[in-house]
Design a protein around this ligand. Structure first.
Ligand code: SF4
Length: 170
């Protein structure tokens, strides 16, 4: 029995290690759980816009803290173990918009799920992955059918679009 439990523990560790490796390879930070006081959250009236990338978006809140501006994205529903990739990219685009609008680079952004908040570092790697993704989306806009770009069921598992995606692997 102890042997069986140890094998299970090892498999669980392997899955955890592999998913964090894949995440790092994609340049996505995992996000860390933090406590935030919603009292200091300011609602944004108008969307932010960055003409050079034709990018627009409206974070749910902005927090001003120690001279920094931190975007917050609120998601309904039960909190996942780690933020979905699509949510991380959405937050990263808000970090980019905040930097371009206020000329201050947010060190991180926050994804607020029901009962759990994740801080996601806005690293140079995440920014580069976001810019790649935006360029890819621009190219795909001109194409009628866009095939899935990977064979990783774990990515689909974490994806916020899997319910409507006809190419989901899970
Ligand atoms: S569910 Fe669809 S959109 Fe999401 S990662 Fe999988 S293939 Fe991509």
């Amino acid at each position: 029995m102890l042997y069986f439990a140890l094998v299970l523990l090892f498999i669980a560790f392997l899955f955890f290690w592999q998913s964090s490796r894949q995440r790092k390879a994609a340049g996505l930070p995992g996000g860390r759980i933090i406590y935030t006081d919603t009292g200091g959250w300011n609602k944004l009236e108008k969307p932010l816009y960055y003409a050079a990338l034709e990018l627009t978006g409206k974070p749910d809140y902005l927090i001003e803290k120690n001279g920094q501006i931190i975007p917050v994205e609120v998601k309904s529903g039960r909190a996942p173990e780690a933020p979905y990739d699509s949510h991380i990219f959405q937050l990263a685009s808000y970090c980019l918009l905040v930097e371009k609008t206020y000329h201050k680079r947010p060190p991180y952004g926050i994804i607020h799920y029901e009962g759990r908040d994740f801080a996601v570092d806005y690293t140079r790697e995440l920014e580069a992955s976001l810019l790649d993704l935006l360029a890819e989306m621009k190219r795909d806009e001109r194409r009628k059918e866009v095939p899935r770009s990977h064979e990783q069921a774990s990515r689909c598992k974490r994806c916020g679009y899997r319910d409507v995606c006809d190419q989901s692997l899970v």
